[in-house]
Design a protein around this ligand. Structure first.
Ligand SMILES: *Cc1c(COP(=O)(O)O)cnc(C)c1O
Length: 371
């Protein structure tokens, strides 16, 4: 699905130099690389504060911790995504409220959010799934009407740009109260281990988050609140400092590969190519996700696998039906889209190193399945 070895070969000398700088100074924790990466990312995103942390899941957890939500408060998020969101909501003893998504874009359906609001609702976590922003203008409007926090899970869309109806643009992850991301190796901006970050324009929240990630310490060995230990290490920051200036070109390569796939599949009766919500978001194609209709999706996956093409089902089970999160309160009829998607979606290889030969082999193989 990804080719991080080839990508490394292209940037090897910079990466190796970055590693040597860390090794030669042994400043493994909070080295100058962490500070410079943080500043570079703030500049790239045009956001006031970036607080690095250990991974994208903890970024979400810390974001919810700083909002001072109380046990039993409700947080609305998507039923069709990776489990990290519902996991941290549940860990903090908050109540996850999972809602349906939009069929075209795979992102949270604002109407479903509206219907799920109760007096206990405190926050919404839209997930910018597969590389494209959720319908944020609508979500921000709902949040304002009901006085809710918005935490954007931007793990799959770093570098995407949101366009407001008045023409203003903002980088994904910088529109809500807080944004979070992951630097897991296969993400669009990935390091060589684990890493994550939280974004905000709010000085007070940023100050609190810097304390929370460091054991709740605002002064050394004085613990004002219960925190966690969550750090991005210097070696990972060195990798990210090399890769951040390349992020836009990496995302462009992903878009080029997506264009190639689109060309091959756009008129096929059994395939629906991923919609681009161009009126409000650029697409950075973390995944290229097709829908298979009136044909056997699992057989296609098996067929591709026999041709050595990895194709993945993101995601095979709705979160509300996972053993850990099935609270018995959900009604199947409220999730017509998620119920369809889990049977239809298939994601093809998507990364920065796909060449024309590989793309041709993949597209020809997909098409030959239907002949
Ligand atoms: C990867 C991912 C996360 C979690 O990131 P980690 O760094 O692996 O903890 C959270 N949300 C989404 C949507 C993701 O894709």
């Amino acid at each position: 699905m990804v080719d991080l070895v080839s990508q490394y070969q292209h940037i090897k000398s910079q990466i190796d130099t970055g590693f040597e700088e860390v090794l030669n100074t042994a400043a493994f924790i909070n080295g100058p690389q962490v500070k410079s990466f943080t500043q570079n990312l703030e500049k790239y995103l045009a956001v006031k504060h970036v607080i690095p942390c250990a991974n994208g899941t903890e970024a979400l957890q810390i974001a919810l911790m700083v909002l001072d939500l109380q046990p039993g408060d409700e947080v609305i998020t998507s039923d069709f995504t990776f489990a990290a969101t519902v996991e941290v909501i549940s860990l903090l003893k908050l109540n996850p409220v999972l809602v349906d998504v939009d069929y075209d874009t795979f992102t949270i359906n604002p109407e479903a959010v509206r219907k799920a609001i109760t007096p206990k609702t405190k926050a919404i976590i839209p997930v910018h799934l597969f590389g494209q922003c959720a319908d944020m203008e609508e979500i921000l409007k709902i949040a304002e009407e009901h006085n809710l926090y918005v935490v954007e899970d931007n793990a799959q869309a770093i570098g995407a740009e949101y366009k407001f109806k008045n023409g203003d643009t903002k980088k994904s992850g910088t529109l809500g109260t807080l944004g979070t991301t992951s630097f897991f190796p296969s993400k669009n901006l990935g390091c060589y281990g684990d890493g994550g970050a939280i974004f905000t324009h709010d000085d007070n929240l940023a100050h609190r988050i810097r304390g929370i990630v460091n054991h709740g310490m605002y002064k050394r060995y004085y613990h004002d609140e219960i925190g966690v230990n969550s750090r991005l290490d210097s070696l990972q920051a060195a990798v990210l400092n090399t890769k951040l200036p390349l992020l836009d070109s990496y995302n462009e390569k992903r878009r080029k590969a997506a264009d190639f796939y689109d060309q091959a599949f756009i008129n096929h009766p059994n395939l629906i190519v991923p919609a681009r919500a161009e009126e409000y978001s650029t697409h950075v194609f973390h995944q290229y996700t097709l829908k298979v209709i009136n044909a056997d999706r699992n057989a296609l996956q098996q067929y591709l696998s026999e041709k050595d093409i990895p194709a993945m089902i993101y995601y095979p089970v709705p979160l509300r039906k996972q053993k850990a999160y099935d609270n018995g309160n959900y009604n199947d009829a409220d999730f017509p889209v998620t119920n369809q998607l889990i049977d239809q979606v298939i994601s093809l290889p998507m990364h920065t190193e796909l060449d024309e030969e590989q793309l041709e082999y993949i597209t020809n193989s997909v098409l030959s399945f239907f002949n």
